[in-house]
Design a protein. Structure first.
Length: 202
């Protein structure tokens, strides 16, 4: 299996992601070296923190142009976790900076008048469209959530998993050129399994 390249742009949980890969016997490196990122066969874009700060860090170096080329031109599989998923969209209500724009979607804050924000707790998710990520899930899968924002897209074909109890917030998307992208904390232990990674070509 090809080595995973975890992109370190200074925002959060790179170590925990690598440890999860190590636990299931998959080789992964953490790097901010642009040459290594340019040579990567499979990318993981994690992240914890503010949307604008993440985009400012990515845009401040040649990392942005390399990532755009890898994903858009070379169709390199990329996995976004937590903030890493949010910045793949066009924009977020959290900030003013435009996102990477690889997915026609945007991030919205849960309305506090209807829900307790941040949303924390167990919820059943709904499988909307077939996806390799969903193939081993039980009929009514439950995951633990800790987040204040959700991703929304108008393209139904991009939606694979949504939270059936929370505004149909989208937590897993799939699009051309991007093998899959993921949000937020609830799926990490399931997602990083050998069967799922192999099925999704990451």
């Amino acid at each position: 299996m090809t080595e995973i390249t975890i992109v370190n742009y200074g925002m959060g949980n790179v170590g925990s992601v690598r440890n999860m890969f190590k636990r299931i016997g998959i080789k992964a490196i953490i790097t901010d070296n642009l040459d290594l990122i340019e040579q990567a066969k499979k990318l993981v874009l994690p992240g914890v923190g503010a949307f604008d700060t993440a985009m400012e860090r990515i845009n401040s170096t040649a990392l942005r142009s390399i990532l755009d080329y890898k994903v858009i031109n070379q169709k390199t599989p990329v996995l976004g976790i937590c903030l890493g998923m949010q910045i793949l969209t066009n924009q977020s209500e959290e900030g003013r900076q435009p996102g990477l724009g690889w997915i026609e979607a945007a991030c919205y804050r849960f309305p506090s008048q209807d829900l307790k924000v941040p949303h924390m707790g167990w919820n059943i998710v709904q499988i909307n469209n077939p996806s390799p990520l969903c193939q081993n899930l039980p009929e009514e899968p439950r995951f633990y959530f800790v987040h204040s924002y959700y991703v929304k897209t108008k393209e139904l074909k991009l939606r694979s998993i949504s939270d059936s109890n929370l505004l149909k917030g989208i937590y897993q998307l799939q699009s051309k050129g991007i093998s899959f992208i993921h949000n937020p904390y609830c799926f990490e232990s399931y997602l990083l399994s050998p069967n799922t990674i192999q099925a999704c070509d990451i």
